[in-house]
Design a protein around this ligand. Structure first.
Ligand SMILES: NC(=O)c1ccc[n+]([C@@H]2O[C@H](COP(=O)([O-])OP(=O)(O)OC[C@H]3O[C@@H](n4cnc5c(N)ncnc54)[C@H](O)[C@@H]3O)[C@@H](O)[C@H]2O)c1
Length: 434
């Protein structure tokens, strides 16, 4: 294994969040500021809480051995289509209590969104008022590049990571313009419909040499033209769609069925949620993007081609229903029809009463720290070791993604040990000692 030379995490790390006024973004930012003041525990964050097994038998905390940036060194910024500062946004989202939000009021008030690159055709339920103007999508991208440069200079940052946590755009399938960099550049200059605003942020980040993370399910950075660009500018990229609630459960339960050779006949998943994300996903075109991301999981884990007698005929359905009274407190139901010995049917029911942004916030913290680390390690292009965090992990077109949460955990830790320079064999799971 070649030794990885990791550039030190010196100076400030800028985190630019697209959709900085959203529920997830404001919960992530407020929580991180609370954690660094010692006012709360960053529950759910692997980088902050988990230990790692090393080949000498020790189990130090990841944050003590992996050269990630310190929370104290982070500076937040971002873009939104509404002008509210992040204090107002967090209050509006009402995920955290007012008492918690007020505990970091000054810091939150100081984070004012930059004007967004937005087009209502791609998020039809929202009407932005804090939006950039330009003749072409190429020019809009240039404005975003200038934003990143100005933010970096104004805040004295040595590095910047850009993370998409904005609304889910309508479904834009991969087309010819996405398949090569020159074709995509031409499409930006010609205002082609296949170029959505999220792609402009991704392009601007990569062109600026920054790591880019896509937390939503849209195509955004997941096509050959962007991979080419990332390679050219030494930018690490990853996505898509934070793996938080229902899909997290799916990628835990499916490996159980597969490992025990239980059959699966059908999986019906439905959700109610009442936040702005739920309102956006109420539009069938935005839901389509989410549906594609949510549906891919089961087939890959169960390997129906290897086990046609167990998995060849699965009926898989996903529904998301906008139901305002619930706000951010989503409820996700799963009805799972499984098959046992001699083909006898059984059922599993899951009722997950979760909080969407509370589940997502620690993933954003880990992702920005690990994406910054990737950049300092000299990694570029798709970061498959970060698949752990995504519903629909990015992968080269000729490869299958890994969905099983525990397989993803092994990939994550293997790469962390490689970065630490721990070269011995480690099994991440407990083995009998007798
Ligand atoms: N919470 C979860 O568990 C979870 C899991 C996976 C993915 N996601 C995705 O994360 C994203 C954020 O979720 P949320 O609950 O915070 O939604 P939200 O609606 O509260 O926040 C989205 C924010 O993005 C802003 N926005 C929209 N288009 C923009 C643009 N072009 N530029 C800048 N800002 C823009 C909106 O004004 C809003 O403030 C969504 O796409 C959601 O699907 C969330």
């Amino acid at each position: 294994m070649a030794k990885i030379n990791v550039e030190k995490a010196e100076g400030k790390l800028g985190i630019l969040v697209v959709g900085v006024g959203g529920a997830v973004a404001s919960t992530f930012i407020a929580g991180t500021l609370m954690a660094r003041k010692g006012l709360g525990v960053p529950v759910g964050s692997i980088t902050q809480l988990s230990t790692i097994k090393l080949s000498d038998g020790s189990t130090p905390k990841i944050k003590d051995v992996l050269p990630i940036a310190k929370l104290e060194d982070i500076v937040f910024g971002g873009w939104d289509i509404f002008e509210d500062n992040v204090y107002k946004a967090a209050t509006h989202a009402a995920v955290l209590t007012q008492k918690d939000i007020d505990s970091v009021k000054d810091e939150l008030e100081a984070i004012k969104p930059m004007q967004a690159a937005f087009d209502n055709k791609y998020v039809t339920r929202l009407h932005g008022t804090w939006v950039k103007k330009a003749d072409t999508k190429w020019d809009l991208k240039d404005q975003l590049v200038a934003d990143i440069k100005n933010f970096k200079e104004a805040n004295g940052c040595s590095r910047v990571v850009v993370i998409w946590s904005a609304s889910t755009e309508v479904y834009v399938p991969m087309a010819e313009v996405h398949k090569s960099l020159p074709a995509f550049q031409e499409a930006m200059k010609n205002n082609a419909a296949e170029v959505s605003p999220s792609m402009l942020y991704a392009y601007a980040a990569i062109e600026s040499g920054c790591a880019f993370i896509n937390g939503a399910p849209a195509l955004t950075v997941d096509f050959p033209a962007m991979w080419e660009l990332a390679d050219e500018h030494n930018a690490p990229i990853c996505g898509k769609d934070y793996k938080t609630g229902q899909t997290l459960m799916k990628t835990v339960l499916s490996p159980m069925m597969h490992t025990r050779m239980l059959g699966l006949q059908g999986w019906f998943s439905t959700n109610i949620l009442g936040n702005r994300d739920g309102e956006v996903l109420d539009d069938p075109a935005s839901f389509k993007t989410k549906e594609v991301s949510k549906l891919s999981v089961i087939d890959t884990i169960l390997k129906k081609d290897e086990y046609p007698e167990l998995y060849s005929n699965i009926y898989h359905k996903v529904r998301i229903n906008y139901y305002p009274p619930r706000g951010d407190n989503k409820e996700g139901w799963d009805n799972i029809d499984i098959i046992g010995w001699m083909g006898y049917p059984m059922q599993i029911k899951v009722d997950f009463l979760c909080r969407d942004s509370i589940l997502a916030a620690p993933l954003l913290l880990d992702l920005v720290l690990l994406a910054d680390l990737s950049k300092r390690c000299g990694f570029k292009g798709i970061q498959s070791w970060l698949s752990f965090y995504f519903k629909s992990p990015m992968h080269p077109l000729d490869k299958q993604p890994v969905h099983d949460l525990f397989a993803q955990n092994i990939m994550l830790r293997k790469k962390m040990r490689e970065i630490i320079g721990d070269e011995g064999y480690v099994n991440d799971y407990q083995e009998a000692e007798y």
